[in-house]
Design a protein around this ligand. Sequence first.
Ligand SMILES: Cc1cc2nc3c(=O)[nH]c(=O)nc-3n(C[C@H](O)[C@H](O)[C@H](O)COP(=O)(O)OP(=O)(O)OC[C@H]3O[C@@H](n4cnc5c(N)ncnc54)[C@H](O)[C@@H]3O)c2cc1C
Length: 538
Amino acid sequence: MSLEVNKYDFIIIGAGSSGATIANRLSENLNISVLLIEAGKKEHLFAQMPMSFGLFINKPGVNWRYSSEGEAGTFNRNIPIPRGKMTGGSSSINGMVYVRGQSLDYDTWAQHGNKGWGWQEVSKIFKKIENYKNSETGHRGNNGLLGISEVKDENLLYDALIRSAQSLGYPLNKDYNGPNQEGIARIQATISNGRRMSTDYCYLRPALKRPNLTLITKATTEKLIIDNKVCKGIIYKKSNKLHKVYCNNEVILSAGAIASPQILELSGIGNEDILNKYEIQVKHNLPAVGEHFQDHFMARLQWKLKLKKASYNYLGRGINKYNEIAKYILRKKGLFSMPAASIIAFLKTQNYLESPDIQIQYIPFSVGSLKKRIFHDFPGMAAACYQLRPNSMGSIHICSPDPYKHPSIKFNFLSHDLDKRVLINAVKIMRNIVEAKPMDLIRDFEHSPGASVSTDDEIEQYIRETAETGFHPSGTCRMGPGSNSVVNDELKIHGLNGIRVADASIFPTIPSGNTNAACIMVGEKVSELIKESINSGG
Ligand SMILES: Cc1cc2nc3c(=O)[nH]c(=O)nc-3n(C[C@H](O)[C@H](O)[C@H](O)COP(=O)(O)OP(=O)(O)OC[C@H]3O[C@@H](n4cnc5c(N)ncnc54)[C@H](O)[C@@H]3O)c2cc1C
């Protein structure tokens, strides 16, 4: 194995939601050279088709297919954790539900000592990102790189669900990304003209036309080159050959909330006890690396429906499936142009709360097994819910010095009593909406788990036995001023120079909703910080 050496001004590791965004923004300055290193291939051809999330959910080659350690609180299950492995990262395999989160989330980040990350500042960035034409208020952006549109299809299931929620006192909120998140609405999706709006498509491809941006795919970063508390570059492997790349300015680590702490630990940055255990030379003792791991714990229920047309199961089976594929190819319409869910609700489990504490997604189809995603042969619908701001935290740490061995991932879901109570209430509310009168003509009966699961204890057991990740790992290189954090509010690693982390791992607390938008915001924000530092000669 030989070592080839090269040099760039900036090196970005990972071409995902944050990394592709940064590659675009930094390369706007044609005077700087930018290298983007991605372990996966170029975005898969089928990624443009929104329904590809079902195809990619467990597909080797485009998905890292991590899984958690067995833990007593979740019946020792190894919970699958999909993560995108191609340009666009997880934005190329995700469910495309577009959620900014609540102002409270970002004001909490600022309150924790992170200057410049409060709602007033980050809402301007969200506005810059968005190309959303339906806004009736001045709160949304309509000129950004990321296309966003509402679920378009007409289905009486949607109207019935919204009326059901209203009959129980929950408000209709046309724009849950506006000033107030609370209420039920049609989903806003990162889909435009029937195409998935991944960061590969929206940010990376246009930037690759610039001469100063170099993308290297199928190249796994094995470690950072750290010399005397300064990051000088990286070592990556491509086609079984090791390469060394140095940077004049900085390395930006954007490998996602699982791989970013892994790469830091493999480079000797992390808790010295863990590094010593795997005989990795300690370059910088930073015990917060890999800690404070958060995710949304998502519980699912499914119903059999009375009306065939209210469910899209029949469209996804037999000959209809091929008709729908043809419809997608010819007109970018139909089942394969849809996001992972159609109706979304942000609700309060207690009236006295300041803002919603749960999210529910209603889905106009149902599947036999989550792994195989084969539509039921009867009309069905599904719903999924999670607590928006869970307190439970786990960890992600290496369990080998081998960069190709997946790290040990511990969720620690429902270890906090409040999380348990909120999620049980979320399941009850999700059910109550489907069981309400306006759904009588559509709903047949709850298929899974069904009537046998009704008491709090039974619901808790059902959740612990079956709930899965909401696909939002975050917080493992948390931003903050203190020793329980990894990066400061400029996303520079405490105690090191020449390296920033920018992806879902830096979230001080998990945002209230799906996390793609927040990752793109982080990419935009760090790019602004870097540009400021270049302009000030830093
Ligand atoms: C199945 C699924 C469904 C989801 N649904 C939604 C949704 O509907 N709405 C929403 O808002 N969010 C959703 N999310 C979450 C959202 O997509 C992620 O939070 C977001 O994409 C994470 O961005 P990131 O930049 O942190 O990491 P990623 O986008 O995962 O990017 C990390 C990149 O780094 C690369 N990489 C990793 N290790 C290395 C290495 N050693 N060397 C080089 N490159 C490396 C990876 O291949 C990847 O391309 C979903 C996620 C998944 C997986």
